[in-house]
Design a protein around this ligand. Sequence first.
Ligand SMILES: *[C@@H]1O[C@H](CO)[C@@H](O)[C@H](O)[C@H]1NC(C)=O
Ligand SMILES: *[C@@H]1O[C@H](CO)[C@@H](O)[C@H](O)[C@H]1NC(C)=O
Ligand SMILES: *[C@@H]1O[C@H](CO)[C@@H](O)[C@H](O)[C@H]1NC(C)=O
Ligand SMILES: *[C@@H]1O[C@H](CO)[C@@H](O)[C@H](O)[C@H]1NC(C)=O
Ligand SMILES: *[C@@H]1O[C@H](CO)[C@@H](O)[C@H](O)[C@H]1NC(C)=O
Ligand SMILES: *[C@@H]1O[C@H](CO)[C@@H](O)[C@H](O)[C@H]1NC(C)=O
Ligand SMILES: *[C@@H]1O[C@H](CO)[C@@H](O)[C@H](O)[C@H]1NC(C)=O
Ligand SMILES: *[C@@H]1O[C@H](CO)[C@@H](O)[C@H](O)[C@H]1NC(C)=O
Ligand SMILES: *[C@@H]1O[C@H](CO)[C@@H](O)[C@H](O)[C@H]1NC(C)=O
Length: 516
Amino acid sequence: MSFPLTSPLLPCVSSTFSNITLFGASIIKLEATQLTNASLAYPYYPIFSGLNFCNVSVSYTHPGQNDTLHVQVWLPSTTYTERMQGIGGGSYAAGLNDVAFGGMALAVSEGYAAVTLDAGLPSQETVDLQPQDWALLSPGNVDLYALQNLGSVSLSDATLLAKDFVKRYYGQPPKFSYWNGCSQGGRQGLMLAQQYPDLYDGILAGSPAISWNKWAVGDYYPTFIMDQLKQYPYPCEVEAIRTAAINACDGLDGVIDGIITDPEACHFNPSTLVGGPVNCSDVAGPHKISDAAVKVVQAVWGGARDARNESLWYGLNKDAVITGSSGLAETACTNGTCSRSPPPLCNTWLQYFLAKDPSVDLSRMTQTYYDDLFRISVQQYTSIYGTDDPDLRSFRDSGGKMITYHGLADVLIPPANTQHYYDAATAVDQSIQDYYRLFFSPGLGHCFGGLGGRPAGAFDALQTWVENGTAPDILIGTSIADSQGKVLARPLCLYPQKQVYKGSGNTSVAESFACE
Ligand SMILES: *[C@@H]1O[C@H](CO)[C@@H](O)[C@H](O)[C@H]1NC(C)=O
Ligand SMILES: *[C@@H]1O[C@H](CO)[C@@H](O)[C@H](O)[C@H]1NC(C)=O
Ligand SMILES: *[C@@H]1O[C@H](CO)[C@@H](O)[C@H](O)[C@H]1NC(C)=O
Ligand SMILES: *[C@@H]1O[C@H](CO)[C@@H](O)[C@H](O)[C@H]1NC(C)=O
Ligand SMILES: *[C@@H]1O[C@H](CO)[C@@H](O)[C@H](O)[C@H]1NC(C)=O
Ligand SMILES: *[C@@H]1O[C@H](CO)[C@@H](O)[C@H](O)[C@H]1NC(C)=O
Ligand SMILES: *[C@@H]1O[C@H](CO)[C@@H](O)[C@H](O)[C@H]1NC(C)=O
Ligand SMILES: *[C@@H]1O[C@H](CO)[C@@H](O)[C@H](O)[C@H]1NC(C)=O
Ligand SMILES: *[C@@H]1O[C@H](CO)[C@@H](O)[C@H](O)[C@H]1NC(C)=O
């Protein structure tokens, strides 16, 4: 089922795509360039060679909003499978960076027309992208149009443009349209299902950064606790506590592999570890685990609480890595002394979107101020960026299918939030599994990493569901090879089922596990 069938394609020149209209937008510039036998190299992907496609690049504005947004659509010019794929972004980036281009090249190599977008935000390239260069119009004034572009509007714009380009180039619209993203890309996928339910036939929304306005404050809580205690634990202490939890709970699932398969069954209490020995490269000689380190880890696991000791936000599971770059309990240590090192995505959310003042000193925050910031975040940003409307019935009614996977050892977005969202969507519509399925992956970190498995076949499973009507009951997660080259394949179970070891058999192969 490949195109061109009979008729030759129109030339890849801008006039082929002229007179494009998009309601609410004004086109600034459109370029179309043919790539022939192209070799493209991007990080995290193999080198792609022999690619033939028409690169349509468009910039546009929403008149009156003083914004400039960019979209790129790559249209395969030899093998086209009559399908379109939207490629999601990461961090604060909507797309249009090297990681998204890697996804574009992969999609084109498989015969998809592919689309990526920048939502009008500058500097999409940086991996640890931050919003400093667009969040504020001036101190005190958030650029809400920019945030709205990132949150939702750019997704509809880019998809409508891409579908229009496909129609002009091939003479007919795509037979099937898919979204493919994780983290920010997962949030984008959920936003599409919630707000633009008829644009995509299939949505893969991995580790979705939904409830952004809550997790970005909630994940800051361990840093707040350190500031309250005025103590910044050594990473070795924090890691020793995490290791003790894994040692206590790893075997509950019948397999010693460093993975806590059922976090709810792990009731490890770290307070007994205070004063215990720990080897630290951060400090000379033997060291003892401090009370502060235990309190900080408890803050990570228990989640954020307000002045009334009511829960504001979920904790991470006990095998999630919480030290190292962006870790929720990370500290910066030199010469045996550690200081605060807040998770960057949270820190900028608090500074730019909540305090709206880059010079604010968050280290002096009181519990009352923390609670205020959380409340402000919920009040001001839920509709524009929260992306957690549980009513997916319009998506159902337009025939869409959606898959979410989420690592139980996610280091940034608590899987409990995705579970909460899915339960809320189920409360709205009991038939949710007919069109939206959730799979947790024990041991998987945030989209990648960790000891657990990434479901590489999730996109194919989605496509089979959309096109052949066969809904997936499991996904197979495959881990990164360890130092001995060992790879774990495990079934990711359809929520609310859980993965259990059958009690015998090779623990590296999926067949040794069942879903119950
Ligand atoms: C674009 O629109 C103009 C004016 O409506 C029309 O004359 C022209 O033929 C159109 N071009 C294409 C390629 O459709
Ligand atoms: C395509 O490019 C490769 C190098 O990347 C070259 O070896 C090959 O001959 C080219 N094929 C054609 C048909 O030009
Ligand atoms: C696609 O076109 C845009 C705009 O001309 C250009 O910046 C970009 O590098 C092109 N992409 C590729 C892969 O050639
Ligand atoms: C529009 O944005 C540009 C920067 O992108 C800025 O220099 C200019 O002042 C803005 N104009 C208005 C009217 O806000
Ligand atoms: C610290 O390292 C020493 C020497 O390698 C080892 O004997 C000891 O068991 C370690 N202690 C802990 C708490 O890991
Ligand atoms: C806060 O609530 C948690 C969970 O119910 C409980 O474990 C903790 O002891 C409470 N803290 C205080 C100070 O009451
Ligand atoms: C670390 O300690 C060494 C030796 O005491 C000293 O020379 C160096 O300046 C210190 N570095 C920092 C960053 O404090
Ligand atoms: C759908 O089923 C047909 C027949 O079994 C198969 O050839 C095709 O690959 C399937 N398509 C997808 C997307 O799974
Ligand atoms: C278990 O399965 C893995 C992957 O198939 C294989 O490499 C390994 O040799 C097997 N181990 C045993 C003990 O059979």
